[in-house]
Design a protein around this ligand. Structure first.
Ligand SMILES: [Zn+2]
Length: 132
């Protein structure tokens, strides 16, 4: 990649950083869980769910010692739990995006450095192994 293209990408990446890190500036508390909906039958023989449409409840997947386990969420807590789990997801995604950003920036910096690096021989300096 030529130097001006590398510089242009460097500038664009610097601008994008604010967007990538925005979740880090949010105030919402976080819970380390992911939310999903689960269908179930309540077990009452006369309930519509016995034959027809199942009930839906909110569940979360929680990682305990490397194993994901399901936990049910009380209806009264559902909105709060969803919000905090979504905030957690945004922070985790921001971290992953920052990792990619960082790797890309190192690549650009290395490319810029390589393009600008000139030989020491222009100063009559021999940079061969034995002179180290
Ligand atoms: Zn039921």
């Amino acid at each position: 990649m030529d130097t001006s293209k590398s510089r242009q990408e460097l500038r664009e990446n610097i601008k994008a950083l604010g967007t990538i890190l925005a979740p880090a500036f949010e105030r919402e508390p976080l819970i380390a869980a992911s939310v999903y909906e689960q269908q179930f039958r309540c077990g009452k023989p006369t309930c519509h769910c016995a034959e027809g449409k199942k009930h839906i409840r909110m569940a979360i997947s929680v990682n305990r010692h490397g194993i994901n386990t399901a936990r049910y969420v009380k209806q009264a807590d559902a909105d709060k739990v969803r919000k905090q789990a979504e905030a957690y997801k945004r922070v985790r995604n921001a971290r992953a995006e920052f990792g990619k950003w960082h790797k890309e920036m190192l690549g650009l910096l290395d490319a810029l450095e390589a393009n600008r690096t000139e030989s020491l021989s222009q100063f009559g300096i021999d940079n061969k192994e034995e002179n180290k």
